[in-house]
Design a protein around this ligand. Structure first.
Ligand code: NI
Length: 280
């Protein structure tokens, strides 16, 4: 097979026709509201996973992402050369819209709607793919996803995370801190205290009681946008690919007096604005 990095175009066609439907039990919904996360064993078919793999590999092998600047390393400065530790592709669905027609996308939306108590059609979504190379993939330390977002808005949001490879503590599975979604967004900083590193970390965490959630390929976890979570380094001998989809109710502007001060968010916006000029 041709080197995927050498390809300039790739047409995977539509997703396989086989349909698979899943939603959460009442106990799983209750666990989410109590703990801030839950998971399911399967969200799609083996056939669909096999269809996804070359799409995923094409995006990463080409380092092209889905639009200029949407491929970058989460744990290193945007303009770094050399091997990536934790590369990410943002919004792969803009490059391959057929991703929105998958069992993964449909089931994740139905489940996010269950968790948010909203009609599925009222949710907006964007995807991202995060890869941890075998024996190289770095950790993504403790953070809350909302810390990445605009601080003047109020969010109701759920993230769905699905591995394409076995996700274990050795390969970089998710770890969650139960109940942490009930608090505020904690103080974050950029990894390495470098605003040109996209990844954020909070030091305001006591990890006692953290729960690792190993998943087989095609399993999926769901977490609230304030749930503290991290992924471990990939010290295994195989790649760990994951596709995440973020579902939100349209966020609402906060009253001016309620807007929190988040210095890392200001730094983040400045570095982000510079980013497309330094890496394409
Ligand atoms: Ni996260």
């Amino acid at each position: 097979m041709a080197d995927p990095a050498a390809r300039t175009s790739f047409d995977p066609g539509p997703p396989p026709a086989g349909r698979f439907d899943v939603c959460l039990t009442d106990d799983q919904v209750a666990a989410f509201h109590r703990d801030g996360f839950t998971w399911i064993e399967r969200i799609t078919t083996d056939e669909e996973l096999q269809w996804l793999e070359p799409i995923y590999d094409f995006l990463f092998a080409s380092k092209r992402g889905s639009w200029k600047g949407s491929y970058f390393d989460l744990a290193r400065p945007y303009d770094s050369d050399g091997e990536d530790f934790v590369p990410q592709v943002l919004t792969p669905e803009t490059r391959f819209p057929q991703l929105l027609g998958t069992n993964v996308a449909r089931n994740a939306r139905v489940i996010a709607a269950q968790l948010l108590g909203m009609p599925a059609d009222d949710l907006k979504v964007w995807g991202h793919m995060i890869l941890k190379p075998a024996q190289v993939g770095g950790e993504l330390p403790w953070h809350q996803d909302e810390a990445y977002w605009e601080e003047h808005l109020a969010y109701r949001a759920v993230g769905c995370w699905m591995p394409l490879d076995p996700a274990t503590p050795d390969s970089g599975c998710m770890h969650f801190l139960p109940g942490s979604h009930r608090g505020e967004v904690r103080a974050h900083r950029h990894i390495g205290d470098d605003p040109s590193v996209h990844g954020l970390v909070t030091d305001d965490v006591n990890p006692a009681g953290e729960v690792p959630v190993p998943l087989a390929p095609g399993g999926a976890s769901f977490h609230h946008c304030r749930t503290l979570h991290r992924t471990t380094p990939n010290i295994s001998g195989r790649v760990r690919r994951a596709w995440a989809n973020e579902f939100q109710v349209e966020p609402v502007p906060l009253p001016v007096e309620d807007i929190p001060d988040r210095p890392w968010a200001r730094e983040f916006r400045e570095a982000w604005a510079e980013r497309p000029a330094i890496r394409s």
